[in-house]
Design a protein around this ligand. Structure first.
Ligand code: CAA
Length: 258
């Protein structure tokens, strides 16, 4: 699909942003293809999506600077909304999305990784929000999600200073869950994905929604969100099988997403 390749391995969808000549920078066409790729995922089959970048150098080197260089205020704002809408689609996508960050994740690249549920990266990965050096603010969620993920103090240091951080620091501040040698990254992402995909799909989806929606609510509302999604799992085939397997001291035969 244009700038985004998509393949399926069992219950895992693997999406690759493919514009390596520009280090997978995001222009409107790439963003459009990315949104369309998520829209096209068959949610009856797919239980986890892995998102990565083509090549060994870059996940995504940011929004396309050449495309932004001549934008008016109104066009800048509209471009911000365009990117934000796609990234929000990913953030609230029904199944978990793992970012396999295989190199530069700068500006829009870091913002894209932060829209995913879980981030792992290669040893050569570099993260940052260098926008202030270009005369702009982060515009695809960076001023919002970075502070929520790593705390306002560290986020402000990164955003105001436009200072990039390497994989080890990204791990230390909690921006990524794990760091792997480049050649092991996709295998690690697939292992992580299959560990999620083997569990009851409705329960996993409801966990994602409960965590995401709960983080946006105060605790009294958040626990009600949890109660509803907890209740929603009951009477499903997979809840019956999961609990029957435990009580009968056997392994789950298979979860069927019903
Ligand atoms: N936009 C457009 N083109 C880009 C790009 C970007 N964000 N990042 C890299 N490219 C292009 C380069 O222009 C270059 O193209 P040419 O070969 O046609 O000249 C090609 O990709 C390779 O890049 P470099 O030659 O620069 O590669 P390098 O290894 O020397 O440097 C880099 C790599 C450090 C990532 C450097 O490319 C760089 O600093 N890129 C820009 C990073 C950045 O500032 N990102 C934030 C963008 S703003 C943003 O994202 C706003 C937002 O929040 C929405």
């Amino acid at each position: 699909m244009g700038f985004v390749d998509y393949e399926v391995e069992g219950h895992v969808g693997i999406m690759t942003i493919n514009r390596p000549k520009a280090l997978n920078a995001l222009n409107e066409d790439v963003l459009k293809d990315l949104g369309a790729a998520f829209d096209a995922v068959n949610l009856d089959e797919i239980r986890v999506v892995i998102l990565t970048g083509a090549g060994e150098k870059s996940f995504v080197a940011g929004a396309d600077i050449a495309a932004m260089s001549t934008m008016t205020k109104a066009e800048g704002e509209a471009f911000g909304k365009f990117g934000n809408d796609v990234f929000r689609k990913i953030e609230i996508f029904p199944v978990p999305v793992i970012a396999a960050v295989n190199g530069f994740a700068l500006g829009g690249g870091n913002e894209l990784a932060m829209s995913c549920d879980i981030r792992i990266c290669s040893e050569n990965a570099v993260f940052g929000q260098p926008e202030v050096g270009l005369g702009i603010t982060p515009g695809f969620g960076g001023t919002q999600r970075l502070a929520r993920l790593i705390g306002p103090g560290k986020a402000k240091e990164m955003v105001y200073g436009g200072r990039n951080i390497k994989a080890d620091e990204a791990y230390r501040v909690g921006l990524v869950n794990a760091v792997y040698p480049q050649e092991e990254l996709m295998a690690a992402a697939k292992k992580l994905a299959s560990g999620i995909a083997k569990n009851a799909p409705i329960a996993v989806r409801n966990c994602k929604k409960a965590i995401n929606d709960g983080l946006e609510a105060d605790m009294d509302q958040a626990i009600v969100v949890e109660e509803k999604l907890f209740g929603d799992c009951f009477e499903t085939e997979d809840q019956k099988e999961g609990m029957a397997a435990f009580l009968e001291k056997r392994k789950v035969e298979r979860f069927i997403n019903k």
